[in-house]
Design a binder for this molecule. Structure first.
Ligand SMILES: NC(=O)c1ccc[n+]([C@@H]2O[C@H](COP(=O)([O-])OP(=O)(O)OC[C@H]3O[C@@H](n4cnc5c(N)ncnc54)[C@H](OP(=O)(O)O)[C@@H]3O)[C@@H](O)[C@H]2O)c1
Length: 300
């Protein structure tokens, strides 16, 4: 079975390509700048439709998992045309190519398609993005529903994992770095999310593909926590000094784009359907710690 992953050098793409390879899928790893660690690398700048067409002609994948996006929320607000081209238009181009050869389309969407007014969003709640990033990702969902193609939409929230990807570190790695160096940090108490471990998410996505699920699924951590509460749990897991974590409010932050106040996701549909369940915060942080320790052991 041939799988083409876009953004295969990214935070989710790396873990997905690694897991799919270990399950003996034939993995083609699309990238623009960051060379993927797993799978056969396929250079494909998504802002160029010709590169998308060439990749499809060459690979003819049975499944495409579209992870690539400009995920920097502030950059999307500042560079709207680029964000629209990469996150929305390229998704449409990928869908049209997939449709031609009947590939199954898996689209990684986001909790940021919701306004954040109520939290614990269910799959059929009405999207109402409040920033441009959320809007571009929601357009991807809308294109999928417009074109008649077999598809699966997956919405995670605040993804984290053990290694830097695409030239940047994620929230948990950043926090660990700061606390380990005894630097104090300010974390917001009034923003709620469902933090998602990339390896747990990859296993859920692969199981969903194998079960041939279609439609929309919230696949995220099984707990709604504030960013502050999450940071405290990270410090607890690693025995680091919690007093370095100071409370802040969203209104104190110099963010360019607005953030949803509560974009936590109701994951009960995925929980009911999958054997690989969305994990609670403590469970996933414990696994994350084991993953880090095992990576350190294998480097020594
Ligand atoms: N991270 C989160 O907290 C989060 C939360 C909810 C949903 N999501 C969604 O989950 C998906 C994966 O997120 P992630 O955190 O793994 O993202 P990431 O680490 O930022 O990786 C994004 C990937 O997109 C690729 N990309 C960007 N512009 C491209 C272009 N013009 N052509 C080809 N590839 C391009 C990048 O490849 P290069 O480096 O090679 O350019 C990179 O590998 C995204 O669709 C995101 O919207 C993420």
């Amino acid at each position: 079975m041939k799988v083409l992953i876009t953004g295969a050098g990214g935070l989710l793409g790396t873990s997905l390509s690694m897991t799919l390879e270990s399950y003996n899928y034939e993995v083609y790893s699309g990238y623009n700048v960051s060379l993927p660690l797993y799978g056969k690398p396929i250079k494909m700048d998504l802002s160029d439709p010709n590169q998308i067409n060439r990749a499809f002609e060459k690979i003819r994948p049975n499944i495409i998992i579209h992870c690539a996006a400009i995920t920097n929320v502030d950059m999307c607000e500042q560079k709207k045309s680029l964000a629209y081209i990469v996150n929305s238009i390229s998704t449409l181009n990928l869908i049209l190519q997939a449709k031609k050869i009947n590939s199954f389309f898996v689209y990684i969407s986001t909790d940021y398609i919701f306004s954040g007014d109520k939290g614990m969003y269910k799959e059929n709640d009405e999207p109402h993005p409040i920033n441009f990033y959320g809007f571009t990702k929601w357009m991807g969902e809308r294109y999928l529903k417009t074109v008649d193609i077999d598809h699966l939409i997956i919405r995670p929230s605040v993804i984290y994992g053990t290694r830097p990807a695409s030239g940047k570190i994620n929230f948990v790695l950043w926090l660990l770095e700061e606390l380990t160096r005894n630097r104090s940090v300010r974390i917001v108490t009034d923003q709620y999310v469902s933090p998602t471990l990339n390896t747990n998410l990859s296993q859920m996505i692969i199981e969903a593909i194998e079960k041939e699920l279609t439609g929309t699924y919230h696949m995220a951590g099984a707990e709604r926590v504030s960013r502050y509460e999450f940071a405290i749990r990270v410090a607890d897991t690693f025995g680091l000094d919690k007093s370095l974590i100071n409370e802040a409010y969203m209104s104190d932050m110099n963010w360019i784009a607005k953030r949803p106040r509560d974009s936590s996701l109701d994951i009960s549909k995925a929980f009911r359907t999958l054997k690989n369940k969305p994990l609670k915060t403590k469970q996933s942080l414990d696994i994350f710690k084991e993953e880090i320790e095992s990576a350190i052991r294998s480097n020594n």
